[in-house]
Design a protein around this ligand. Structure first.
Ligand code: PLP
Length: 401
């Protein structure tokens, strides 16, 4: 057996089969490229679902992590540490908000947002105890905890995990009227992705996000933007909400915040909202640890200059222009997205998204399918134009075969 076959057989024998990875075993990576255990190089057009916005082994981020590793890595929140204040201050600044509550994974940050909204509802808005409702959108992806899958509309994510957490109202994504009708005096928050990533990079109709903003403000409801995948440069702006000139009440961040090095997530909001927590009412052993703060501080510094956002916007225009040309040719049905982020619906006759992903892998390009015949393209923002064009060439080859 090859190294690849041995590694896969062993992984399949000893790990739960909750994923169906492409049959490639990565041994090292740099920038937009990964090398497998056979020494083959692949262009990474997934970038860890945006966790790798700054590429593999980014020098600045690795150096920041290494320096911090030598000083102090973990204190728990029982004590302050000397990177914590900076991290919270700089992240709040980047978001033009006031307060930060750090966690680790995206799902934990979404859970934190849910808890914050409920507590705010009871303590500030005056909702009767136990009655708080949060409005979410169909086809959402906010994570995998029991509460979060309770308001998923994806049967695969949800089946067999009941009993489900109550208190959520699901309305069609992009439908303002349905959202308005679902709102009651007990609604405490609307939780949506400004662009739905897992659903296939769905951009809502123009005016939807401003409409949600207006409606939530009118009804004293928190607008929570899950920017875990869409945020931090991916769409050509720091936040996807900015494309529509919208500022939510709360950002939920994760993925790229950890620079592809460590899991770092956070809820960022106003002092009125995050001020609802008192000591002991919420927490995380690892949340806001020194290593996480050191890496995230470097991520924030990199985003502050705007250069990555600009790059994503420019290369994104190029990507969408090229994909648009493919869309005319019959092999591609629809292309959606913003910046360096695209959902590409392949004509079903050419194969499932999985089959296309496997063929692209043979051409040394790594992507991930989502539902049905959709593949998503989300390279690290540091990818060169030449590499992106090379990847697009491989895509054309696969689609014309
Ligand atoms: C990935 C993702 C999450 C969950 O993040 P994890 O770190 O996997 O828990 C939540 N929301 C969105 C929009 C995501 O893309």
């Amino acid at each position: 057996m090859s190294n690849t076959e041995t590694a896969i057989a062993s992984a399949e024998a000893h790990s739960a089969h909750n994923y169906h990875p492409l049959p490639v075993v990565v041994a090292s990576a740099e920038g937009a490229w990964m090398t497998d255990v056979e020494g083959r190089r692949y262009l990474d057009l997934l970038a860890g679902y945006s966790a790798l916005n700054f590429g593999h082994g980014n020098r600045r981020l690795i150096d920041a992590a290494k320096a911090q590793l030598e000083r102090v890595t973990l204190t728990s929140r029982a004590f302050y540490h000397d990177r914590f204040a900076d991290f919270c201050t700089r992240l709040a600044e980047l978001c033009s908000m006031e307060m930060v509550l750090p966690m680790n994974t995206g799902a934990e940050a979404v859970e934190t947002a849910v808890k914050t909204a409920r507590k705010w509802g009871y303590r500030v808005k005056g909702v009767p105890d136990g009655m708080a409702k949060i409005i979410v959108a169909s086809d959402n992806f906010h994570g995998r905890t029991t509460t979060i899958v309770s308001f998923s509309t994806d049967p695969e994510a949800r089946a067999d995990y009941g009993p489900y957490t109550p208190g959520f109202e699901i309305v069609p994504y992009g439908d303002l009227t349905a959202m308005r009708e679902a709102m009651t005096e007990n609604t405490v928050a609307v939780l949506i992705e400004p662009i739905q990533g897992e659903a296939g990079v769905l951009v809502p109709p123009a005016g939807y996000l401003p409409g949600v903003r207006e409606l939530t403000r009118e009804r004293n409801v928190l607008f929570i933007a899950d920017e875990i995948q869409s945020g931090l440069g991916r769409t050509g702006k720091t936040f996807a909400c900015e494309h529509e000139g919208v500022v939510p009440d709360m950002y939920v961040l994760g993925k790229a915040l950890g620079g592809g090095v460590v899991p770092v997530s956070a809820v960022v909001s106003s002092a009125d909202v995050l001020g609802v927590f008192k000591p002991g009412e919420h927490g995380s052993t690892f949340g806001g640890n020194p290593l996480a703060c050191a890496v995230a501080l470097e991520v924030i510094a990199m985003l502050r200059t705007g250069e990555y956002q600009e790059r994503a916007a420019e290369l994104g225009d190029h990507l969408h222009r090229e994909l648009g040309l493919l869309a005319g040719g019959g092999a591609v049905e629809t292309v959606r997205g913003r910046g360096l982020w695209a959902g590409v619906d392949i004509a079903p006759a050419l194969g499932t998204g999985r089959e296309i992903s496997e063929k692209l892998m043979e051409e040394r390009v790594l992507v991930k399918d989502t539902h049905g015949s959709t593949i998503r393209i989300a390279p690290p923002l540091v990818i060169s134009k030449e590499d992106l064009d090379w990847g697009l060439d491989r895509l054309r080859t696969v689609l014309s075969a």
